[in-house]
Write a protein that binds this ligand. Structure first.
Ligand code: MG
Length: 503
């Protein structure tokens, strides 16, 4: 990275402090999710909010802000790196500069309380207890959208917080295509003789020890190229990836003794996120170019390893003997095809995080439609449980019996995130388009079947990882695949795979 401009150098010096404080906050967040004794949750919230307040003040530093504004007015003398640094700082600072600090502080306080209320309300299946919190969170999001500004739709301002420049119209068009194609594919799948009868793999009385599952997960992680000397895998209720530097990228997993398959998929998913962060050019460290560029591109790296590779026929072939060496008794007589089918059972279901590759995006489409209505005042928070049930019926053909498995299943709204969900679908789309290019560049399937995965990581490092946040998502996809994002790559992938599996 070459930075010569004096003003940009000054920004980098100040930003380094913001970044270091942010990473310190992330350590507290990791510890909160992995280690924290229950009684300490209030203390930890206070420690974190103290840091948030210091970081907000750092963004508001007058000299920093004036230097940035000076650069924005004339970028003609800047090189590619300097321009990207300024662009990323403008994007990241928008929230702090446009939204009044009073609202930022209220938002932070409201969402901490709402997150705690959601945890209890979900446990008790008591939507009424969550409702006043949710109402406040929605109101604050509407106010934030107004302060951020937008052209057509206030929801656009929120979408942009998670994926640069994403609009309701653009995402709506993507979902229109996906909803159509997926419902047609589902009809075909449901007519298959395999539907409802995919595999008997886990129907026996077998258990699979947690320590073996951990060993298999670590084996898979080493295989895909995750550097355990620059990371670690712990246990948490909800698996996640976090990073404090390019040398410290951590993931978590969870283990259920009746099913060994979930922890493998979690390891591949979180491992995909982690490979991205471990692969960013180290000279970007603590600059606005460090880290993955957007949630959508980040999710493409995790979905790639989890779905495009982990749920492929070739990977099942490679993995089956490994699994049998760990569970020779439990998996006696089990064949590669059983493993492949188990990883790819399609079934419309209630809970997004448990959904298969085919129905998953319908869960996201539902949330996108609903968020758009909520932010535009077309749906009242109190009516959400009822609306959720009727939308589930129309999107997926299943209806939850409880609000815990319905409108309260996701954490996102409780901590204030509206506009986040679509990035999951974008991740699936980017992943399919990248994979298509990758398989034109080298014999992907053959290498996966042989368990030779090093060329994949080399390709990702060169084309995606090392660039960090240098290219925004629309530039990145064009640079790598020579085309803008096109949902048809994903549609074709789903159709080919699942019509064969359910023929
Ligand atoms: Mg993810």
């Amino acid at each position: 990275m070459q930075v010569r401009n004096k003003a940009v150098k000054k920004l980098l010096g100040h930003y380094r402090e913001i970044s270091l404080l942010g990473k310190t906050e992330a350590v507290l967040g990791w510890d909160l999710n992995v280690n924290l004794p229950p009684k300490a949750s209030g203390d930890r919230a206070e420690q974190i909010s103290q840091l948030t307040s210091i970081i907000t003040d750092k963004w508001h530093d007058t000299e920093f802000r004036e230097t940035l504004e000076g650069l924005v007015s004339d970028t003609s003398n800047l090189n590619q790196y300097e321009r990207a640094i300024v662009r990323n700082l403008v994007y990241a600072s928008k929230f702090y500069y446009r939204v009044p600090k009073k609202i930022i502080v209220r938002f932070s306080d409201t969402t901490s309380k709402s997150f705690m209320a959601w945890q209890q309300a979900r446990k008790d299946d008591n939507f009424k207890a969550f409702l006043p919190h949710l109402r406040r969170v929605i109101e604050l999001n509407v106010q934030i959208a107004e302060h951020l500004g937008y052209e057509d739709n206030p929801y656009d301002a929120l979408l942009d917080l998670y994926e640069q420049g994403l609009t309701t119209r653009e995402m709506g068009n993507v979902f229109k295509i996906l909803k159509n194609e997926i419902s047609l594919l589902l009809k075909t799948i449901k007519k298959s003789k395999h539907y409802g009868n995919e595999t008997q793999l886990l129907s026996r009385e077998n258990t699979y020890s947690k320590s073996d599952q951990e060993k298999i997960a670590l084996f898979a992680l080493e295989k895909i190229g995750y550097d355990l000397d620059a990371g670690r895998m712990d246990v948490s209720a909800h698996p996640f990836t976090t990073h404090f530097s390019v040398n410290d990228v951590r993931i978590t997993n969870r283990y259920g003794e009746s099913d060994f398959t979930e922890s493998i998929m979690v390891a591949l998913h979180e491992g995909g996120h982690a490979l991205y962060e471990q692969g960013v050019d180290p000279s970007y460290e603590h600059t606005p170019l460090s880290g993955g560029v957007s949630l959508g591109i980040h999710e493409s790296q995790s979905r790639f390893w989890e779905n495009q590779i982990g749920r492929s026929r070739e990977f099942a072939k490679f993995l089956t003997p490994v699994l049998k060496s760990f569970y020779p008794g439990q998996l006696r007589g089990v064949e590669e095809l059983d493993i492949y089918r188990k990883f790819n059972i399609v079934r419309p279901s209630l809970v997004r995080v448990e959904a298969d590759e085919v129905t998953y995006n319908l869960h996201v489409a539902l949330r996108f439609d609903l968020e758009n209505k909520l932010i535009n005042g077309k749906v009242a928070a109190k009516d959400l449980p009822e609306i959720w049930r009727s939308m589930m019926k129309s999107y997926l053909g299943v209806v939850p019996q409880t609000d815990a498995d319905g409108v309260m299943q996701d954490v996102h709204w409780s901590y204030g995130s509206f506009g986040y969900f679509p990035t999951y679908t974008l991740g699936n789309l980017y992943a399919a388009q990248f994979t298509q290019k990758m398989s034109r560049d080298f014999p992907l399937k053959k290498l996966v079947e042989a368990g030779n995965l090093t060329s994949i990581l080399r390709w990702q490092r060169k084309n995606i990882h090392r660039h960090g946040s240098l290219y925004w998502p629309d530039e990145m996809i064009k640079k790598v695949t020579s085309k803008p994002l096109d949902p048809n790559y994903f549609v074709k992938y789903l159709k080919r795979k699942y019509t064969k599996l359910y023929s």
